[in-house]
Design a protein around this ligand. Structure first.
Ligand code: SAM
Length: 282
């Protein structure tokens, strides 16, 4: 590894070797075990990294392609990273491809400290909507739900039971940056059920055997927790019994059910119907 100086003297390291220990640590973030150990995760793309910094996420390392040298926006993010106590690495295309496991990788990758919201800190107010996902398995589904929660202005996501990792590369990619805007909490089923006892809003479960049409409910004027079932098994009885209502989205055709993320999207747009107006976007 050689030192390369520009912008922030001595603080940008130029790396071309895959054997570099800093690069090895970043590559290891592809595996949950190492994400947990380092309490970190990776996000790709300049815009995402800027958004994350603007939202107060703590950056550990900024990696950028040599081709980005002299790019004003990248230099600015590099200076912010250094100011935040992070490391900046200027790397070869080969190194960036290895880190992202992608051909034609983005020019910028950020490594951030993981952040979860403690369940006890979730105290929804009237009009707030939270999505609780029972044992969600698929990273694409989880990422898509987080992105949709962001898009409808819901407050966050509660992961219930053993779920896929919200900080996996595929999940983060599927969120398209919303991982930085949407609080995520994690709870065992027991902890969620205990929390639910202290929650006086509406717990709306969705179930293929639900007796109530999701469009017949008035969701306004109270906090709502939308509870969605696991992709293969749906909601188990202990969670279904904890719901105030079990709702169903009517279907036609041969499909048994909707994809989890699609069903969550349909529900969220109905629950937030009154709050969403064209021209009123932030
Ligand atoms: N085989 C599973 C079952 O029996 O429940 C299918 C689960 S479905 C792929 C995943 C989740 O999406 C469900 O647990 C439910 O929360 C929601 N879902 C999908 N289609 C739905 C529908 N038509 N009405 C209500 N919820 C639905």
């Amino acid at each position: 590894m050689s030192e390369h100086r520009h912008g922030a003297p001595g603080q940008v390291k130029e790396v071309t070797s895959l054997a570099n220990p800093l690069i090895k640590d970043i590559k290891a973030l592809a595996l949950k075990k190492f994400r947990d150990q380092q309490h970190a995760f990776m996000a790709e793309g300049l815009k995402l990294v800027i958004d994350a910094l603007d939202l107060g996420w703590s950056i550990r390392t900024l990696v950028f392609a040599k081709a980005g040298r002299g790019n004003a926006a990248i230099e600015k993010v590099a200076a912010r990273t250094v100011a935040a106590g992070g490391t900046v690495l200027e790397v070869s295309e080969k190194v960036l491809t290895a880190i992202t496991r992608r051909d034609n990788p983005q020019m910028v990758v950020g490594v951030f400290a993981q952040r979860l919201m403690p369940l006890k800190d979730i105290q929804p107010k009237d009009g707030d909507v939270w999505v609780a996902l029972d044992r969600v398995r698929d990273p694409g589904n989880l990422g898509t739900v987080i992105r949709t929660v962001d898009a409808v202005g819901a407050k966050g996501v509660i992961l219930v039971g053993e779920t896929t990792d919200p900080f996996a590369v595929e999940t983060v990619r599927a969120t398209m940056g919303s991982i930085f805007a949407v609080p995520v909490a994690r709870a065992t089923t027991e902890a969620f059920l205990a929390w639910r006892k202290g929650f006086s809003g509406l717990v709306a479960g969705t179930h293929l055997k639900g007796a109530v049409d999701y469009r017949s409910v008035d969701y306004s004027g109270r906090p709502v927790v939308l509870l969605m079932g696991n992709e293969q098994q749906g909601l188990p009885d202990e969670l279904a019994n904890a719901c105030d209502k079990l709702l169903r989205i009517p279907q036609a055709g041969r499909a048994d059910s909707l994809n989890l993320a699609v069903a969550t999207g349909v529900m969220l747009f109905e629950i937030r119907r009154g709050a969403l107006k064209l021209g009123a976007e932030d």
